[in-house]
Design a protein around this ligand. Structure first.
Ligand SMILES: Nc1nc2c(c(=O)[nH]1)N[C@H]1C(S)=C(S)[C@@H](COP(=O)(O)OP(=O)(O)OC[C@H]3O[C@@H](n4cnc5c(=O)[nH]c(N)nc54)[C@H](O)[C@@H]3O)O[C@H]1N2
Ligand SMILES: Nc1nc2c(c(=O)[nH]1)N[C@H]1C(S)=C(S)[C@@H](COP(=O)(O)OP(=O)(O)OC[C@H]3O[C@@H](n4cnc5c(=O)[nH]c(N)nc54)[C@H](O)[C@@H]3O)O[C@H]1N2
Ligand SMILES: [Mo]
Length: 757
């Protein structure tokens, strides 16, 4: 197993993609022993009639000449279609305490879960239990609570629309809006920050816009690893000379040079395409200063008599321009340069690219959202776009590159701890019960409630809550205080081992597997990052006859918990068309005729009013909102401080570790790494590849420390370091989050190095 191999570090100087990616795809299929099965499934991934890739949320290309998969999609599939099984015999062999000693990698390598298991405290083993027993246990615990707010209902973004919708109705009829979800740690700043600005908390582009863009900015996103299918769009843009500006503290390989594994000529000739025309080596958290710098350059040119703003758009559609101009003009260039770490000349070049382009797309990922001012930072991205009317025209718009394949869809169909009153009225009218009106808990609040003893039950619809959340050790304590924890999952993970007094693991049918009910074959639907809703039909046989689809699990939890329910759960359980009719009833403005429209081979697009220059904001305008100053995180008065970004390697999917390699960053067989600028290393007296510890700088008296981290010389800006999530989550304080969205600031943790004695 790669775990036991000796760590190796060697800079990667090839283009990303290419034969390395092709080889990695074959290798992962082989490793999981699924060559034949996996290849068959790959052929129908993201094709009409097939299933949606379980990896990222990037939309499918609207053409048939290509197989729509990528190296990391293949890994996600191989991981799901694996031949390995975590059976009852496996659980009989290991106590939970023994399993706790294993790595996350090892746990998931045991393979797919095959039947429901219940924790037995006497033997410290998970033991088989029937589905009826499992649902009865859940029903008993939920009914025993003195208030419905004592339960937390987590959702991860792989859950399809039908299951997420029913889950949201079940939980609301039960009586709470406690919906912590993975989005709270991810694109919540998009969902909360953008609505006051443009009226929607989603992106405004469609895939075709890439073909019309005259410039593309990719900020804080590692495209080649986390949305590899988007590389085709970037390559295409570069080939027609559209400039691409990449803004990142790490010179991510694929953003520099990329060879398309699906381009036969490039593969045969070992050719590749240069991606970034401008690589902006930003300091962690320096993006606000960069954006303000670009805006300042524009305002200065206007002041000098040039016309670089889209005055018509600004006058007709926006409010707030003058306040922004005043604030931006009050900033000194020297401050902008210092905080961003970018020379004025380069900022001016970026401004020039932006001004010349008649249609610009700004894409962004976790490098922008996971800061203390993540939501308001995104409002500045929207401002920048508004200055040149980059909304509601071909080739232009804002493009949050979402993470999980259905994280956007889950929110659309009701997974929301702060639902609108309008939606709640609609639920009341369609189902005939009064849903709770008060806001529920997001992720951080749910952990606080567990720590305070006011939360007693945790139900995890997918995901790996315990290793996704901040402050790992504190989170362990929170989880262990609960009465009941339930993990609805495909694979064994840490969340099943850090459990409450009673615990269940409920195995599900995976995305690539078919769903047959007594009413025949069913399909589910997914909403991608560009608001396209498409059908997903698995093509593989489910892993065992004892796993259930998520839809059935939700219905049976509801039936066990709510004997007098107003909802006909039995009618939903086996008939997904009926579920879609209910979705259409609750969301008539976007989901009318759902069952008819989903018949189109590529599904349909949900309405995004800003695409028509309509702004569903209270004043009906696009609002230019000001975030004063240049900082997106609280200042820390400590000269030894470094800002730590926790990032993904090329070989992981969130908390799922596929291997210990990170090819493009030149790391093999190791994940306990700190990427650091050589001068920062030398200044601290750290030897080359020496092991150190990191400690969080915080004022709450808690000592947060991770040991055994090897320091690698890496082209990071001074003062910025990076390491891997989830290994470094113990350093992220629970209280360190964006107040608007609740999103932990996982890209800017203030830390100091402690040299081991
Ligand atoms: N293969 C694979 N695909 C995935 C995932 C996966 O784990 N594996 N996860 C999915 C999920 S849920 C999500 S949300 C997405 C995540 O996709 P990304 O958003 O690409 O995720 P990260 O790796 O967390 O980091 C993003 C980038 O931000 C940069 N960065 C860090 N700090 C800053 C900063 O202050 N400013 C700027 N400009 N950049 C910064 C990092 O160097 C890194 O390149 O991918 C999805 N797709
Ligand atoms: N420090 C730090 N922390 C972070 C981040 C970061 O960048 N830095 N990123 C954050 C982000 S963007 C996100 S989205 C979260 C991710 O948080 P989660 O979504 O909670 O985590 P995952 O690792 O994606 O969940 C993996 C588990 O999902 C289960 N699973 C897989 N497929 C299915 C399925 O089809 N159905 C069901 N029911 N279960 C399934 C498997 O059991 C697997 O073990 O982490 C966040 N945490
Ligand atoms: Mo995410």
């Amino acid at each position: 197993m790669s775990e036991q191999k000796i760590p190796r570090y060697k800079a990667y100087d090839h283009p990303a993609g290419g034969w390395g990616a092709a080889g990695a795809t074959a290798k992962v299929l082989m490793q999981q022993s699924v060559i034949a099965k996996g290849s068959k499934a790959l052929l129908s991934m993201n094709q009409p009639g097939g299933f949606k890739c379980p990896s990222c949320a990037f939309p499918d290309a609207d053409h048939t000449k290509k197989l729509e998969f990528c190296e990391n999609g293949a890994k996600a599939l191989a991981w799901e279609a694996t031949k390995h099984r975590a059976t009852r015999e496996f659980f009989a062999e290991h106590t939970v305490q023994e399993l706790m000693a294993q790595s996350d990698y090892w746990l998931e390598m045991q393979g797919r879960l095959t039947e429901p298991m219940r924790y037995d405290p006497v033997s410290d083993h998970y033991v088989p239990c029937s589905w009826d027993e499992a649902f009865a246990l859940i029903g008993r615990h939920l009914q025993a609570l003195s208030s419905p707010h004592e339960a937390e209902f987590y959702t991860s973004g792989r859950t399809p629309n039908e299951a997420a919708f029913l889950y949201s109705i079940f939980v609301r009829e039960f009586g709470t809006n406690n919906f912590p979800d993975c989005s709270n740690m991810c694109h919540e700043p998009t969902s909360r920050g953008l609505p006051p600005a443009i009226g929607v908390g989603k992106g405004t582009i469609v895939l075709d816009d890439f073909e019309h863009a005259e410039a593309i900015f990719v900020i804080g996103q590692n495209t080649g690893t986390n949305s590899p299918r988007m590389m085709s769009n970037l390559v295409e843009a570069r080939k027609r000379n559209a400039p691409i500006v990449a803004v990142n503290p790490m010179p991510e390989r694929a953003l520099i040079r990329f060879a398309e594994p699906q381009d036969v000529v490039q593969m045969a000739t070992f050719g590749s395409t240069e991606i970034s025309s401008e690589f902006v080596h930003i300091r962690i958290g320096g993006d606000l200063a960069l954006i303000k710098g670009i805006m300042k350059a524009m305002f200065e040119r206007e002041a000098a008599g040039e016309s670089v703003l889209d005055h018509e758009f600004l006058t007709e559609h926006t409010v707030g321009l003058e306040a922004l101009r005043e604030e931006v003009m009050s900033l000194e260039w020297s401050q902008i340069v210092q905080v961003s770490g970018i020379k004025k000349e380069q900022i001016l070049r970026c401004a020039e690219i932006y001004i010349r382009s008649r249609a610009t797309i700004i894409c962004y990922g976790m490098g922008l959202t996971q800061h203390q001012q993540g939501s308001r930072l995104l409002q500045q991205v929207a401002n920048l776009l508004m200055l040149r009317g980059n909304f509601g025209k071909p080739g232009a718009g804002i493009a949050p590159i979402r993470g999980h394949s259905n994280v956007q869809g889950d929110r659309t169909v009701g997974i929301d701890e702060k639902p609108t009153q309008r939606y709640l009225d609609q639920v009341r009218d369609v189902f005939g019960f009064e849903p709770p009106r008060e806001h529920g808990h997001h992720v951080v609040e749910s952990i606080e409630a567990m720590l305070a003893g006011t939360a007693k039950v945790f139900i995890g619809m997918g995901g790996n809550f315990i290793h996704a959340v901040p402050d790992t050790e504190i989170a362990y304590r929170a989880m262990r205080g609960l009465e009941l924890t339930v993990g609805i999952a495909t694979k064994l993970n840490r969340g099943h081992l850090v459990h409450g007094k009673e615990a269940l693991i409920l195995p599900v049918v995976a995305r690539s597997e078919w769903i047959h009910t007594p009413l025949g074959e069913q399909f589910v639907t997914i909403e991608d990052a560009m608001s396209n809703v498409t059908a997903s039909r698995g093509v593989l046989e489910p892993v065992s006859e004892h796993v259930l689809p998520e839809v059935e699990i939700v219905c049976r939890m509801a039936m066990a918990t709510l004997p007098d329910s107003k909802v006909d759960w039995a009618a939903c359980m086996h008939d997904y068309n009926h579920v879609r009719e209910l979705i259409a009833a609750v969301y008539p403005s976007i989901y009318a005729d759902f069952n008819e429209r989903i018949q189109a081979p590529r599904g349909f697009h949900l309405d995004i009013p800003p695409r028509r220059r309509e702004w569903p904001t209270p004043n009906g305008k696009a609002n230019i909102l000001v975030l004063p100053g240049l900082e997106v995180n609280d200042l820390v008065e400590d000269p030894t401080m470094l800002r730590l970004a926790t990032v993904r390697s090329h070989d992981q999917y969130n908390t799922t570790i596929y291997s210990y390699n990170d090819r493009y960053r030149g790391v093999y067989n190791d994940r306990m790494i700190l990427f650091m600028n050589l001068e920062d290393r030398v200044a601290r007296g750290i030897g080359k590849e020496e092991q150190v510890s990191l400690e969080t700088i915080s004022s709450d008296g808690v000592c947060r420390r991770v040991d055994g981290l090897t320091v690698l010389d890496y082209p990071m800006p001074r003062g910025a370091i990076a390491g891997y999530y989830p290994e470094l989550n113990p350093l992220l304080p629970l209280d360190y989050f964006d107040r608007i969205s609740g999103t932990p600031a996982a890209k800017s943790i203030p830390v100091r190095v402690v040299i081991s004695q």
